[in-house]
Design a protein around this ligand. Structure first.
Ligand SMILES: Nc1ncnc2c1ncn2[C@@H]1O[C@H](COP(=O)(O)OP(=O)(O)OP(=O)(O)O)[C@@H](O)[C@H]1O
Ligand SMILES: [Mg+2]
Length: 303
């Protein structure tokens, strides 16, 4: 059993993104309060077809809240949420899915003991024959799952194996191929590489790029600026519920993105504190002046 693990994630960049197309999903000054807690405020975001928008931020920054709004789990309490230019208020994930917005959660909602092909069609099984003798069309499901996975460049030796026997990265890839097959236009991935090692992360990044090349708008949530920079066309950094940075690839370097994520001033304070602890060589840590981030947030989700 092997996925196609050849090729490095560094090689997945494509040419310039399609800039003249209209955004599929757009947030304008959107926010969300949970009772008295304001988890998100004044967020602008645009998701274009054939584009990867990375949403970065520290724990509690509001990343999950942001995608819960877009995926229909929660409703925004301020601002606007538009799909194809039309204001929407989804009350269930099904409504988001009907508009082509698919979300791959970290737990993936698969049935570990069921074969790969069965999980691929879970909840949308193919059937044949008229009622009441309608039955599952097993052969067609196996064939289609095999074709679709191959189309995405995912090669598994045996689709009969329980999906639980695949690696975490391979399961993410199956979930991405499934969303593409079922007609997703926007694919939301919540920290798909968080629990993965370097090689498996590379494989997932490769299929994020493959989904983008199939024309999807991808929202890639991550803590990791290096992963984001390998596939991202646009970068949005959340900090304490507001958008601290919104920049296209041309506007921000990996170093600047990393500094934004790290929070320059906070790292400098940490360095000062660590200097009091014996055994920590703070000389190895960067200087405060190197940690200031020069790029400001632009109000437009995309330049
Ligand atoms: N259902 C909820 N009720 C009350 N407060 C919430 C709820 N969900 C999130 N919050 C708060 O909103 C803020 C943003 O949380 P969110 O889960 O969106 O952050 P995150 O960026 O996804 O963090 P992590 O990286 O830890 O997943 C946090 O302060 C959190 O405590
Ligand atoms: Mg989260």
């Amino acid at each position: 059993m092997a996925t196609n693990e050849s090729g490095t994630a560094g090689a997945v960049l494509k040419d310039a993104p399609a800039k003249d197309s209209a955004p599929i999903v757009e947030l304008r000054g959107a926010g969300k309060a949970y009772g008295n807690i304001r988890a998100l405020h004044g967020v602008d975001l645009k998701v274009f077809p054939q584009n990867v928008t990375c949403v970065l931020g520290d724990n509690g920054a509001g990343k999950s809240t942001l995608i819960k709004i877009i995926s229909g789990l929660h409703q925004h309490t301020e601002g606007e949420f538009l799909v194809d230019g039309e204001g929407v208020h989804f009350s269930t994930p099904r409504q988001a899915l009907d508009r082509g917005i698919a979300t791959v959660y970290q737990d993936l909602a698969t049935v570990p003991l069921m074969p790969v092909w069965r999980n691929f069609f879970l909840g949308s099984e193919m059937t044949r024959g008229p009622w009441p003798v309608r039955r599952l069309d097993i052969e067609r499901m196996k064939k289609t799952a095999d074709e679709e996975l191959r189309n995405m460049g995912i090669v598994l030796d045996d689709l009969e194996q329980p999906i639980g026997t695949l690696s975490g990265g391979q399961r993410q890839c199956v979930a991405i191929a499934r969303a593409v097959y079922f007609g997703a236009r926007v694919l939301i991935l919540d920290e798909p590489t968080a629990a993965l090692g370097v090689k498996q992360s590379g494989v997932v990044l490769k299929y994020i790029a493959a989904a983008r090349d199939r024309g999807l708008g991808v929202i890639f949530i991550t803590h990791n600026p290096h992963h984001a920079y390998m596939v991202g066309d646009h970068f949005s950094v959340l900090r304490l519920g507001t958008m601290e940075l919104s920049a296209s690839r041309e506007q921000v370097s990996l170093e600047e993105l990393t500094n934004h994520m790290a929070g320059g001033a906070e790292l400098a304070a940490l360095k000062h504190e660590l200097a009091q602890v014996s055994g920590v060589d703070v000389e190895e840590l960067p200087e405060e002046k190197d940690l200031t981030a020069p790029v400001a947030a632009t109000p437009e989700g995309k330049s």
